[in-house]
Design a binder for this molecule. Structure first.
Ligand code: 5AD
Ligand code: SF4
Length: 530
């Protein structure tokens, strides 16, 4: 099986030319003026899956803002609903079809009100299912694949004229060249942390994974374009940037010197952008953890001491069957070198239980790996055969009961490690970037260098600031504490002198439906590959 080949779509040419003109970031208000004050049209984007989809959803909203579309949090009042779908595990397509059933009723209600409601399906399910969506779901007006979001204004206009549109080609041009940048207002509204896609697709072809087929071959954005995007974010008040990609550490974009830059080089450059205090990247493949990147964890104070490094299994036999191209000891070697570079590094991972042929001994090897690494947390999944991937055709598929039993046992082991890591933080002083008001009055929430949510009682004026917090209490997912010293504290995001981090832990952050969820939601969400 090969990756979906890139195809050139002639229909794209004129739309792309128009998109070039729209590159300057317009707010929705400016968009309305340009569009003759047609009045705001409301856009509701529902994101499924990983951070890459959340980022794409934001860029879709940015691209539609010049058309006069303003985002709304309520599907009922929308003129255009976009479902940005994820295909990584089983039943993804079925979930989308059942969501579309609900939207059909919304569309009928809008029509009864004399309003027209357009429904679009985007993302990996759109890419994989294409015309099938239009055939099965008459309510859908538009299907757009993950490489074609820059064409949305044109596609939406065609759908509004009553044509049902499908655009799932893999264009040869770089969609990022044509996607509108967010306005300052939109960036501010999204908070002080941001995701930036630097790489898409994957060439690794793990036997369980759909990413190489839905997102296509590995490709990297040019370094200077990323730098410009990060400078723009910093200018709007963003303090922390997470570079994202399905296999982010395979990054090899062209640099300002016309040579391919590694992720390490890119991180070094971004660490110099004024205003950016913290950098992270996700999701990485162990094989692409090169020496420079490992060294960057020592050399760059802005690079947070936290890394999501999926291993999937602790058994060499299963790693081979999965076509992971690394052994258990290769992985442990990378972990050891990383910890040498950054002793307090908090590691998290992804695991799959019940891959075809997994024996009790193979599974036991996964449990011992979890103990040996001492993870700060991890996502774990029951293997689900994805049609078209080699794993789906393998013999010795395990039954559901066996997979569920192993998943529970693995999660108990992971939870113990996470609790240990969190408990080790009590009494320590961690620097925290405050992101938003807390659930309770007078509370604000931020993130530690290890990505744990930290809650303190403090005024909202601290949002966007980095301050030292002494941790006094730990709940299942959050840390609680109090400001260690009168604000302001140093603006860099590191652990301070005398606050030596120990153990291992973290709370991986994964976004669903546009919101940031704590770790126990792990069964409902997917990470971004690798
Ligand atoms: N079944 C179960 N889990 C999967 N993942 C990817 N594909 C599958 C599958 N077919 C998990 C992997 C990956 C994460 C994003 O999702 O653990 O790292
Ligand atoms: Fe690529 Fe990760 Fe999927 Fe493997 S699991 S094919 S590395 S995206």
């Amino acid at each position: 099986m090969t990756a979906i080949p890139p195809r050139w779509c002639c229909a794209a040419t004129s739309a792309d030319a128009r998109m070039q003109k729209r590159y300057d970031p317009l707010t929705a208000r400016e968009g309305q003026i340009r569009n003759g004050m047609k009045g705001a049209r409301k856009l509701y984007v529902k994101s499924f899956g990983c951070q890459m989809n959340v980022y794409d959803s934001q860029r879709m909203a940015d691209t539609l803002a010049p058309e006069g579309y303003v985002e709304t949090a309520t599907a009922e009042e929308a003129d255009l609903i976009v479902l940005n779908t994820c295909h990584i595990r089983e039943k993804a397509a079925e979930k989308v079809y059942s969501e579309l059933g609900r939207l059909r009723r919304l569309k009928q209600a809008a029509a009864a009100d004399g309003r027209s409601l357009l429904i679009a399906v985007a993302g990996c399910v759109a890419q994989a299912e294409g015309d099938e969506i239009i055939r099965r779901a008459p309510t859908v007006d538009l299907v757009v694949g993950s490489q074609n979001y820059h064409r949305l204004p044109d596609l939406v206009a065609r759908a509004a004229r009553g044509r049902r549109v499908v655009d799932t080609d893999f264009p040869l041009d770089d969609k990022f060249d044509h996607l509108a940048a967010p306005s300052r207002t939109a960036t501010r509204a999204r908070g002080v942390t941001a995701f930036v896609t630097v790489q898409e697709g994957c060439d690794k072809f793990c036997a369980f994974c759909v990413v190489p087929y839905t997102r296509g071959a590995e490709s990297s954005r040019a370094a200077e374009k990323i730098v410009t995007e990060v400078e723009r974010l910093a200018d709007a008040g963003v303090r922390e940037v997470t570079l994202i990609g399905q296999n982010v550490n395979a990054y090899h974009g062209t640099g300002a010197d016309d040579r391919p830059w590694t992720l390490a080089r890119l991180l070094e450059r971004l660490a110099g952008v004024p205003g950016i205090a913290r950098l992270r990247y996700t999701t990485s493949h162990p094989l692409d953890m090169d020496e420079d990147l490992i060294a960057a964890h020592h050399a760059l104070p802005a690079l947070m001491p936290q890394l999501h490094l999926p291993v999937q299994s602790g058994s060499d036999r299963i790693l081979t069957a999965m076509n992971r191209r690394h052994s258990r000891s290769d992985y442990l070697d990378v972990v050891a070198r990383l910890r040498e570079a950054r002793p307090d590094l908090a590691l998290t991972s992804d695991f799959i239980v019940g891959f075809p042929g997994e024996t009790e001994d193979d599974f036991a090897a996964t449990l011992t790996l979890v103990e040996e690494v001492g993870y700060a947390g991890a996502f774990s999944f029951k293997y689900s055969p994805r049609p078209g991937t080699p794993g789906a055709d393998m013999s010795h598929q395990l039954d559901e009961a066996e997979k569920s039993d192993r998943l529970q046992r693995l999660q108990r082991t992971i939870d113990r490690g996470q609790a240990k890591f969190n408990r080790a933080c009590i009494g320590r002083t961690l620097s925290v970037l405050f992101e938003r008001p807390g659930r309770h009055r007078g509370q604000i929430v931020g993130r530690s260098p290890y990505l744990q949510p930290v809650q303190i009682d403090a005024p909202p004026s601290l949002i966007g600031e980095i301050a030292d917090v002494t941790i006094t209490e730990v709940a299942s997912n959050s840390l609680f504490g109090a400001l260690a010293s009168p604000f302001p504290s140093p603006r860099n995001g590191e652990v301070r002198e005398g606050s030596e981090p120990g153990g291992s832990l973290t709370t991986p952050r994964t976004a669903v439906g546009g919101s940031t969820l704590p770790f126990p939601e792990r069964e409902k969400i997917a990470g971004a590959g690798a």
